[in-house]
Each structure stands twice: as C-alpha cells, then as structure tokens.
Design a protein. Structure first.
Length: 126
C-alpha cells in the first residue's frame, strides 16, 4: 500500500494534468486556436505573436516540454506537450512564421539536460 503522502502528491499531479489536457490546440491560416472543454475559444493570430520560447517543466518524476507564446498586448500563453494538438502546433509554427526554428532544431536544446528548464528562443518578431 502506498504511503498517504505519495497518494496525495499523485492526486495533485493528476488534477494539474487533467486541467491542462482540457485545452485543445489547433491551427489554421488565422492563428492558433485554443478551445476549452466548456466550449470557449481563444485565438492567437499569427501576426500578433511577438515571441515564442520553448522550455521544460520539472514535474518531479519527468519533464514536460512547453512553449510560451507572447501575444502583442495580451500577455503570454503556456502550451504544453500533454495538450491535444501540441504536435501539430510544433509543425505549423515554422510554416506560419518562416523565421521560427523548426522543432527538430530546438527539441534537443530543450530536452537535455533533464530537469533543467533550458529556455530556448524559437521565434522573435523583428
């Protein structure tokens, strides 16, 4: 039987993971679409993206790759690899923002070493 503190910690991690996975990511010619399970939709227009930085979150048992997308005048959105549509997003970023680094060029910089945030600039609007 697991120790009560371990069960409590794992329940906390599951709650955090569940909230994130309720966001679905999709892309089209207008921008990045974020849809919550409740039906609300946010759109980050490609032309309003100022900066994208990839980094890694230490979740104690493993790391999670995230991208921080800064929208001009709105703030920063954090999108993580456990969200449906994240892989499509990483493919479309360099297609829609041609000066952005492709996933294959930045993934290793972010992924290693383990448990280090390794922030890596993917895109900056000049």
């Amino acid at each position: 039987m697991r120790h009560w503190l371990t069960r409590k910690f794992l329940a906390y991690v599951d709650r955090k993971r569940g909230a994130r996975s309720q966001i679905r990511i999709s892309t089209d010619e207008s921008g990045i679409n974020l849809k919550l399970s409740g039906g609300q939709l946010s759109v980050i227009p490609w032309e309003r993206i100022k900066r994208i930085v990839a980094c890694k979150r230490d979740l104690y048992s493993h790391d999670m790759i995230c991208v921080l997308i800064e929208e001009d005048g709105k703030g920063v959105f954090e999108l993580c690899e456990d969200m449906p549509g994240f892989a499509e997003l990483t493919e479309k970023i360099p297609v829609r923002l041609p000066s952005a680094k492709p996933y294959a060029d930045w993934f290793m910089e972010v992924a290693f070493p383990a448990f280090n945030p390794s922030p890596t600039r993917i895109f900056t609007r000049e």
